[in-house]
Write a protein of this length. Structure first.
Length: 161
């Protein structure tokens, strides 16, 4: 019987601090709020890990927890004030903008060729054949690079789509 070491250690959480800080700064209204969001998420993650939970994709889980924490803060703020009709219709767009901003930042971190392809996809070109013709690469190369880029984005963003 093999014994596996715990996959989530305190140093794993410490390594997430810069990642969470960057993401929090993009979605928070102030540096103080960003710092508070990061601390709250780290505390909740620490509590979960301390209770024996194992999280397979700690980075993705932490980023999702950060977004959820921000949403919770927005809901709590909304409970304390009267919303105008315009606020109700524009509020959901905030989360789409946050997700798009986070995705674009992750695309910029991809290897150059993958980032170039994904940028073209963002600009509206979704056909691998058209992409191959546009940049002069073989179709198989385009398809494999797109697949690798999408997989890495799924991992980085902690999504299962």
């Amino acid at each position: 019987m093999q014994h596996h070491a715990p996959t989530n250690r305190p140093e794993d959480l410490a390594a997430l601090i810069p990642v969470l800080n960057r993401a929090a700064r993009r979605i928070a209204d102030s540096p103080d709020e960003a710092h508070d969001l990061t601390q709250e998420v780290l505390l909740k993650l620490w509590q979960r890990l301390n209770h024996g939970e194992e999280i397979t994709n700690l980075r993705g889980y932490a980023l999702t927890a950060l977004r959820n924490q921000m949403r919770q803060g927005l809901r709590e703020r909304q409970d304390t004030k009267v919303l105008e009709e315009a606020d109700l219709t524009t509020q959901p767009e905030v989360f789409n903008c946050l997700a798009l901003s986070e995705t674009r930042a992750m695309i910029e971190q991809l290897p150059a060729e993958q980032a170039h392809l994904m940028t073209l996809v963002l600009e509206g070109e979704s056909s691998p054949a058209a992409l191959a013709r546009q940049i002069g690469w073989p179709l198989g190369t385009v398809m494999s690079r797109l697949a690798r880029a999408r997989e890495r984005l799924r991992q980085e963003l902690g999504t299962e789509w």
